[in-house]
Design a protein around this ligand. Structure first.
Ligand code: AMP
Ligand code: MG
Length: 416
C-alpha cells in the first residue's frame, strides 16, 4: 500500500475545526436548581449574580485606632483631642464627629460622619483625662475603607457559566447571596470495549489486558464534577453494544467509551452508533487520538475515544472535556495553554496537530523549557504519569527546533 494510512488527507478535520464543530453539537443541560453555599463548590452558575448592596456596606476603619477630622490635625506637631465616643465593630456611631473631637474606633467599625482619617493606635497616647495625643499627620483619608470599594449595589459580580471555586462562593456570600442558581450535575456513563479487556481483580488469560481507560475516565469525569455510572467492559459484540448504548443514552447526558472506533472489522461502536443515533465526524488530523467518534443518541452526547490509553487521555483533554464542560453550562471550556520553549528537536508530519507528553524545567529567559517523554507510543501510560502536561505541536511547521515557543497544557488544568 503506497498511501500512508495515517497521512492527513483532504477529508480530515483540523483539531480546532473539530473542536468548533463538537461544541456546536451540545447545549448546557436545561435543568437548574438552587443550592446552599456549602453545596455550591464546583458547581456552575446558571444566572448572573447581581449584588443588591455595597460591599463593604459602610465606610469603615481598616485598623484599631482613632477616627478624626484631618483639618483638626497638624502636619508638624502632635495634636491632643478629647475622645468623645467608642465604636467597636458592629456598632453604629449615634452622631457625626464634631470639629475638635476624636473617636476610639476598631477594625471594621463604621466611621462616624465627618471623620475622614483614621490614625492607627500605635503612635497614639491616651491620657488619664480621656484625651488622646495624636502624632503629626500629613495626609487625609488614611486607613479608611470606603463603602462599595469591593462591590457597588447593582453590580454583576459573577456571570452565568462561572465555575464556583471557594473564592467565588465566598464572593457570593459577601453580598448575602445564600442560594445560588446552578446547573444540575451532568450525568456521564462510561464503558470500555474489547474482547481482550479485563477488569483488575479478574483473571487475565493469555491475550488479555487490564482495563486502565475506564479508571482514568471515571476519575477525570468526577474531577470535573460529573456523576458517573460505570457500565463496565463490553465485548466486541454489536448486540451487546447496542443494548448498553441504548440504556446508557437513556439516562446519561454524555456517554463516553474507549476502544472499538477504528475501521477494523472488530470495531463496532461506530456502526452501532450510526443505527441508534447520529455519527457526526471522526476523522481528525491529530496524534495521538485518531480515531475519534462523536455523535448523539437521543438526548445524550456520545464520545467514542480511541482504545490506546495515552490517546484516551489526550483526546479526553482536548475534545471530550470541552464538550462536557459546555454541557455542564460553563462559559469557558477550552484548556488554557501557557507558553514554554522546546528543549529538543523533533520532526512531525506536516498538517497534523500532535501532542507530546512533557516535563518542564526552569529556562534561562523566564520561559520554562519542555523536555519530551522519550517515547511517543500511545499505549505507554507511564508517559502521562511521569509528565507535567501536554505539549502541543501546531499543524505547521513540521520541524520543531530547540528554543521554539510552544503551547503547554499542564495536567492541573484538568482540575479546573
Ligand atoms: P481499539 O481501538 O479497540 O483497536 O484499541 C486500541 C488499543 O488499545 C488496543 O491495543 C487495545 O487493546 C487497547 N485498549 C482498548 N481498550 C483498552 C482499555 N480499556 N484499557 C487499556 N487498553 C485498551
Ligand atoms: Mg478494541
Amino acid at each position: 500500500m503506497s498511501r500512508d494510512a495515517f497521512a492527513p488527507s483532504a477529508d480530515m478535520l483540523r483539531a480546532d475545526e473539530a473542536i468548533t464543530r463538537l461544541l456546536a453539537l451540545v447545549e448546557p443541560v436545561a435543568e437548574t436548581e438552587r443550592v446552599a453555599l456549602t453545596d455550591a463548590y464546583g458547581r456552575v452558575l446558571a444566572e448572573d449574580v447581581v449584588s443588591d448592596r455595597n460591599v463593604p456596606p459602610h465606610d469603615n476603619s481598616a485598623v484599631d485606632g482613632y477616627a478624626v477630622r484631618f483639618a483638626d490635625l497638624s502636619a508638624e506637631a502632635e495634636t491632643t483631642l478629647p475622645v468623645v465616643m467608642r465604636i467597636p465593630a458592629g456598632h453604629v456611631p449615634d452622631r457625626p464627629l464634631a470639629p475638635g473631637e476624636a473617636a476610639r474606633i476598631f477594625t471594621g467599625a463604621p466611621v462616624p460622619v465627618e471623620a475622614d482619617t483614621i490614625i492607627p493606635q500605635e503612635p497614639c497616647r491616651e491620657e488619664a483625662d480621656g484625651r488622646v495625643v495624636l502624632p503629626p499627620v500629613k495626609k487625609a483619608g488614611q486607613n479608611l475603607r470606603r463603602a462599595g470599594e469591593d462591590i457597588v449595589a447593582g453590580q454583576c459580580i459573577l456571570g452565568a457559566g462561572t465555575r464556583l471555586r471557594p473564592q467565588e462562593v465566598g464572593y457570593m456570600a459577601s453580598v448575602g447571596c445564600a442560594r445560588p442558581l446552578v446547573y444540575r450535575t451532568v450525568r456521564a456513563a462510561v464503558f470500555s470495549t474489547g474482547d481482550e479487556v479485563r477488569d483488575p481483580g479478574a483473571d487475565a488469560p493469555p491475550g488479555a489486558i487490564y482495563d486502565s481507560n475506564r479508571y482514568v475516565l471515571i476519575g477525570l469525569l468526577r474531577d470535573m464534577g460529573c456523576t458517573v455510572r460505570d457500565f463496565g467492559i463490553l465485548p466486541d459484540d454489536p448486540a451487546r453494544l447496542r443494548a448498553v448504548l441504548q440504556e446508557a443514552a437513556a439516562e446519561a447526558d454524555v456517554v463516553l467509551t474507549s476502544g472499538g472506533v477504528s475501521t477494523g472489522e472488530e470495531d463496532h461502536v461506530k456502526a452501532v452508533l450510526g443505527e441508534l443515533g447520529t455519527l457526526d465526524f471522526w476523522r481528525v488530523a491529530i496524534r495521538p487520538g485518531r480515531p475519534l467518534a462523536l455523535g448523539r443518541v437521543g438526548q445524550a452526547a456520545f464520545i467514542g475515544l480511541p482504545g490506546n490509553p495515552v490517546a484516551v487521555f489526550v483526546t479526553f483533554m482536548m475534545f471530550a472535556r470541552p464538550l462536557i464542560l459546555k454541557r455542564m453550562g460553563l462559559r469557558e471550556v477550552l484548556p488554557r495553554p501557557v507558553p514554554v520553549r522546546a528543549g529538543f528537536a523533533f520532526k512531525k508530519r506536516p498538517g497534523r496537530r500532535e501532542w507530546l507528553r512533557a516535563t518542564l524545567e526552569p529556562g534561562e529567559d523566564g520561559l520554562p523549557v519542555a523536555q519530551r517523554f522519550p517515547s511517543e507510543g500511545s499505549g505507554i501510560l507511564r508517559s502521562v504519569v511521569t509528565s507535567h502536561g501536554l505539549l502541543a505541536l501546531p499543524e505547521d511547521p513540521a520541524e520543531i527546533t530547540p528554543g521554539m515557543v510552544l503551547d503547554f497544557l499542564p495536567f492541573e488544568e484538568l482540575k479546573r
